[in-house]
Design a protein around this ligand. Structure first.
Ligand code: AP5
Ligand code: MG
Ligand code: ZN
Length: 213
C-alpha cells in the first residue's frame, strides 16, 4: 500500500504519517526529514538542499526525485510506504507514477489534509521536533511530558530553522503555487481522500483511518 499525505506546511502530515505508519506497519518516507538528516550529517546532499530550505523554496526536482526514489527502492519499502512531503509538484508526481509503474505498482490513496491558514500559522510557530526520531510536538496543543525531551525516545527537542514568520510565509506561497495543483491531479486519478484536518491529532487520525477503510 502506497499512501501519500498531501497538505500545506503545518497541516499535520508528519504527525499523521507517524501515526499511520505505526498502525499500518509501513515506513514513513518524509522528504523534508531526509533533507534535514543529510544536513545534520553535513553530506553533499544536505549542502545542496540547505539554501532552498532556508528560503522556504522547493529543492530542485532532479535532487529531490532521485533522493526519494532511492529511498523507496530500499527493502523496507517493497510492500509500501507512507509518503510525507513528496510529491510536491506535478513533475515529482509524474516521476513517482512512472517509477512505481515500472515495478507494476501504483499509488493507492492520497490523503489531502485540509487546514485553515490561521491554524497552520499557529501550529508552525509553536512546533518543536525531536532531533532523534523527528516526532513533532506543539508547545500548547501537544507538549512533551518532560519539557525539551521526546516522549517516544528521550531525544532533544528543537525548533526548525524554517519555522520563522518570514520563511513560513514563503513556504505557504510555494505550497499554493506549486503543490496545491496536485489536489486536482489526484482527484482526476480517483485517488483523493479529502480530510478535515482541524481538531486534535487523534481525531484527525480517526477520520483518516475511516476514509482509508
Ligand atoms: P517539510 O519538512 O516537508 O515541511 P512542510 O511541508 O513545510 O511541512 P511541515 O513539516 O512544516 O508540516 P507537517 O504537515 O508535517 O506538520 P506537522 O505534523 O509537523 O519540508 C521542508 C523543506 O524541505 C521545504 O520547504 C523544501 O525546501 C524541502 N522539501 C521537502 N520536500 C520537498 C520536495 N518534495 N520537493 C522539494 N523540496 C522539498 O505539524 C505541525 C505542528 O502542528 C506540530 O507542532 C504538531 O504537533 C501540530 N499538530 C499536528 N496536528 C495537529 C492537530 N490535529 N491539532 C493541533 N496541532 C497539531
Ligand atoms: Mg513535516
Ligand atoms: Zn524522539
Amino acid at each position: 500500500m502506497y499512501i501519500i499525505l498531501l497538505g500545506a506546511p503545518g497541516a499535520g502530515k508528519g504527525t499523521q504519517a507517524m501515526m499511520l505508519a505505526e498502525k499500518l506497519e509501513l515506513v514513513q518516507v518524509a522528504s523534508g526529514d531526509l533533507f534535514r538528516q543529510a544536513l545534520a550529517q553535513e553530506t553533499e546532499l544536505g549542502e545542496q538542499a540547505k539554501v532552498y530550505m532556508e528560503k522556504g523554496q522547493l529543492v530542485p526536482d532532479e535532487i529531490t526525485i532521485q533522493m526519494v526514489l532511492e529511498r523507496l527502492a530500499a527493502p523496507d519499502c517493497k510492500d509500501g510506504a507512507i509518503l510525507d512531503g513528496f510529491p510536491r509538484n506535478l513533475q515529482q508526481a509524474k516521476a513517482l507514477d512512472k517509477a512505481l509503474k515500472e515495478q507494476s505498482k501504483a499509488i493507492d490513496r492520497v490523503v489531502y489534509i485540509k487546514v485553515s491558514e490561521g491554524e497552520l500559522l499557529k501550529r508552525l510557530s509553536g512546533r518543536w521536533i525531536c532531533r532523534k526520531c523527528q516526532a513533532p510536538y506543539h508547545e500548547v496543543d501537544s507538549p512533551p511530558k518532560v519539557k525539551g525531551k521526546c516522549d517516544r525516545c528521550g531525544g532533544e527537542l528543537y525548533q526548525r530553522a524554517d519555522d520563522n514568520t518570514e520563511t513560513i510565509k514563503n513556504r505557504l506561497e510555494v505550497y499554493f503555487a506549486e503543490t496545491s495543483p496536485l489536489i486536482d491531479y489526484y482527484k482526476q486519478a480517483g485517488k483523493l481522500l479529502e480530510i478535515n484536518g482541524e481538531g486534535g491529532a487523534a481525531e484527525v487520525n480517526k477520520r483518516i483511518a475511516a476514509a482509508l477503510q
